[in-house]
Design a protein around this ligand. Sequence first.
Ligand SMILES: *Cc1c(COP(=O)(O)O)cnc(C)c1O
Length: 406
Amino acid sequence: MPDRWREIPPTAGLPLRWRDFLPRAGANVLESTLAGILDVPSVQIECSGTAALVIAMTTLKQMSGRRSVVIPAYTCPLVALAVMHCGLLPVVCDLQRNHFDVSPEALEQSCNDDTLAIVPTHLGGRVADLNMVSAVARRNGAWVIEDAAQSLGATYQGRPVATLGDIGFCSLAVGKGLTLYEGGVLAARDENLRQALRETSAQAVPYRAAWEALRLAQLFAYGMLYRPGGLRLAYGVPLRRALKRNRLIDAVGDDFPPSIPIHRVGTIRRMIGGNAAIRLASFLAMLSEQAIARKKDLERISGLTVMGDSHGNDGTWPFLMVLMPTARARDAALARLWTAGLGVSRLFIHALPDYPRLAGKFGTPDVTNARDFAARMLTISNSPWLLDRDFATIQSVLAGVIDAAA
Ligand SMILES: *Cc1c(COP(=O)(O)O)cnc(C)c1O
């Protein structure tokens, strides 16, 4: 295929096969495969990661009078929206310098006797420091809700993430690995809490035929178009249009829905997801091998950092998070690579307080490190369709812009 028709997706989603649309997997294969990956007795499927978080916080809110939820200053804006949707107060916590994880000092300062929950976030497949967060949570009497939206399959000291806090959730949205087009997974260690989460869902989540029909059509379109030839149309064209108009938030799909859709996931989408889920573990293993080799290659360029995991933790690799030496170097790299069809992109555009739609929702927290991280980070897809020669092109552009700045 000519290169100008190819478009590499910015994250390594699990491609569907046409046979996934045939009734092969039994009714509960999705749930049982995910419960197996997470090593818990059962999981709960919701219509998005955001909806799963809403169910989690709604459940905890009923059990406590506390009303603040501490979230990282650099995360998916939907997380802040979910907190507000529940009538709770989002408190943003700055990151460590040059890192995706929250700063222990800032976390301690963000917590008090109103803190209902802390949301440690395994950003982009990387594993957050759960020991540190648990200690702060315990001191403050808060629950821990692990955001493993982008990290299904990652492990912390040998245990699956999303199962180490009190509650955890993963996303099954398009672009996050295994997908139902939109979907979420809820897990909890404690049987009583699992029961409470099921009850909240039974009470609060309606069946909506129109939403389900739309999602099924979208999942079908994903199945058809999620390949280098189809993604030019489905991803590349809208991306180029958004960038031409300088609409960065639209370009990465960080834009906000007017409200959070909450509805049941139907049996057909669960079945399709179940058929695909069987391939997830081997797909993740292949991605890990590719990413670790490419991370090493990139690290030969002096001045840039690739986010990794600390000893004993084993994340997943939807993409590589690359921290450039300066915002100028990052922007220069993106000017050449963002629309090159090579799967180079940005994650979330801003630190949370800098989204126009969220302005003023958090008071005036110090988010210096989160802002700096947002300004210097770019992502390189870990899709298997990104060939070695594509990767070499990216490497030489990155080395070139760093050289030019030096
Ligand atoms: C995508 C994402 C979410 C939300 O998940 P959806 O399934 O898109 O609702 C939450 N947190 C993080 C870190 C995410 O990347």
